[in-house]
Write a protein that binds this ligand. Structure first.
Ligand code: MN
Length: 286
């Protein structure tokens, strides 16, 4: 099967290292594409959960595949999120085609695209107005603010701010949060004259053109690989939402090596072979 050639693929909220992560499906997706640029828009590796010591082979394989893509010529941008904020120490460093950043601006066929994870809105979602005035400076300020609040919460013995918990607590609250999030991202993007604003974080895939009194902008969200199994793809000057569940070709890209790694199956086949040989040996002796 030929891999699909696309200009840009965007994924986010993979949460490697957690039970909810659909790593197998993600590997199949990554095997099916050959993007010029791959944007990992935050929460790829979930470092909040690392103390649980869960990191299966398939999750490792996702990382290997990403590195392989970078080594084969894809420009890979790892934008840090809140669950992988530990990597913010390495922001603005590059290793070959792999770049670690906090946010990214790309020129797409003459249009300005702004990529960031979106956790900057966690603490001050109501304050997009003054935030917009601060521009890029406000973004960095909010990253620090979020970090300080989380640090303080942990010091006081309570859990750090968790969006998923908040969403689970009330459906109504969650809906409001999502719409506030989208509104903040759009206002901020219009204020800064971006044509596209591309986020993750809220696990809600979306593509929508929005206008305010000040102008218009396309809002995009790549969704997640926990529940929605979605990505964003940019080719031929347009954006599309990719949905794994609608991809009829995905079975053809299942990783052979990955299947071989099913240890139980592998052990069973080794045992079966061994038993057969032993039986043959016995019958020879007879
Ligand atoms: Mn997040």
């Amino acid at each position: 099967m030929k891999k699909r050639r696309i200009d840009i693929a965007v994924i986010s909220d993979v949460h490697l290292g957690t039970y909810g992560c659909h790593a197998d499906e993600l590997i199949i997706y990554l095997n099916s594409i050959q993007p010029k640029r791959l944007v990992l828009n935050g929460d790829i590796i979930d470092m909040w959960q690392f103390n649980k010591r869960y990191f299966p082979t398939t999750h490792m394989k996702v990382l290997r595949r990403l590195i392989e893509m970078a080594s084969k010529g894809t420009e890979v941008y790892y934008i840090t999120g809140n669950h992988d904020e530990t990597l913010r120490k390495f922001s603005d460093t590059s290793m070959g085609n792999l770049h670690i950043v906090d946010k990214l601006v790309l020129n797409l066929d003459g249009k300005k695209a702004w990529f960031f994870h979106g956790d900057i809105f966690d603490i001050s979602i109501q304050n997009a107005k003054w935030l917009a005035k601060l521009g890029g400076y406000g973004y960095n300020l909010l990253i620090v603010l979020n970090r300080v609040v989380n640090w303080a919460l942990q010091k006081m013995g309570s859990e750090r701010y968790s969006l998923s918990k908040r969403i689970k607590n009330s459906v109504k609250g969650a809906l409001k949060y999502v719409s506030d999030f989208e509104k903040s991202a759009i206002e901020l993007a219009i204020e800064n004259e971006y044509d596209y604003v591309i986020c993750g974080h809220i696990h809600q895939p979306k593509k929508e053109i929005r206008t305010t009194k000040k102008g218009g902008c396309m809002y995009l969200n790549s969704g997640d690989w926990v529940e929605n199994l979605t990505a964003l793809e940019y080719s031929f000057k347009r954006w599309k939402i990719y949905q794994y569940s609608h991809d009829k070709l995905s079975p053809f890209f299942a990783d052979v090596e990955l299947k071989d790694m099913d240890m139980q199956e592998l052990l069973a086949s080794i045992m079966a072979e061994k038993m057969q040989n032993e039986m043959k040996g016995e019958s020879l002796l007879d």
